[in-house]
Design a binder for this molecule. Sequence first.
Ligand SMILES: [Zn+2]
Ligand SMILES: [Zn+2]
Ligand SMILES: [Zn+2]
Length: 371
Amino acid sequence: MTETSSVREIRINPIIPTESVLVATARNMRPKKAEQPVPRDGRAHVATCPFCTGNEHMTPPAIAAYPEHGDWHIRIVENLYPVLGDDHRYRNLNLGLQQTIDGYGRHEVIIDHDQHGIAVHEMAETHLVDLFAAYRTRMEQLYQSNEQLRYVLVFKNFGPAAGASIAHTHSQIIGMPIVPHNVQAEVNHSRAYYAKNHHCIFCSLIDEALTFEATIYDRESGAIQRRINVGQYVVERGRRFIAIKPFASRYEWEVHILPLAHDAEFLRVTRDDLSDLAQVLRRTMARLDAVIGGAQYNYFLHSLPHGNDNQDCGASYHWHLEICPRTTIPSGFELGSGLFVNTISPEDAAARLRAVDLATTPAPGTDVRTA
Ligand SMILES: [Zn+2]
Ligand SMILES: [Zn+2]
Ligand SMILES: [Zn+2]
């Protein structure tokens, strides 16, 4: 067990300074149980599941399937209960203070895998490459199909605590006529940082994470006892991607994955990039699974939005994947104050995730196609 440090401080999100997190590790802050593994529906096939093979008639027709012919491994369908729709023309209505933006857009479901309950860290790397390539292709098609779409959000809810209403592993893609507030805030603040420092703030964060160094001195003699040259916030590192525990993490086990080479747009990733991303993601998810067991989480892609007001942000914005495991439910304090409360210090959480020995954890192998 790693020694846990006691922290009680409000940390300002370096990317979005208007967002802050109260890191309070005091045990009595809230009734907090040790991370207890959540039982997961790991079945490969469920006869009544609309997303399982053989039940294709239970979903709207496929928009795309991979592979295109034969048995599909990934399938994209329209959402049966879309939160946004494009069955009418885009229009806005404004009446006094009741301003609305029409709920125009696209809402689709990506069935991530033909195996019902497979977890991301159990999927084959080649499958994850195909999945992220499918995200990219569909994002591109949606942006091209309609210039009114300002943002195409790709996200995944896994587990009931993360809002997944269907247990079968799936992602969602929503094309919307506005840029979500949190994405625009990241874009604006990183643009301001760039104007001042001529450097991308995300790249700066990566540099900082990679150069962290600690020296432990002997108390009496002052001699150097030990030098630690490990990124304190680095969870995983590949050739092209890095998984970082944010200094101001909103969620106890939140981890962000970023490309090491600067790029504002996810749309430009190559298959070669994706194979490294797949490795980093799979290893990160395996670490999360080993520490919190049956992780219920949301992940989502943040990439430069379309539209004229963001055109100048190619150098200042940096696309990334945010993984937010759900281990606690927001309290009235959080909702009332807008302050996130995190009861595990991000430094300790990163150390615990790094300490997982992936070689001894059960090898991911439930992807039957790789077996
Ligand atoms: Zn299923
Ligand atoms: Zn950058
Ligand atoms: Zn983000």
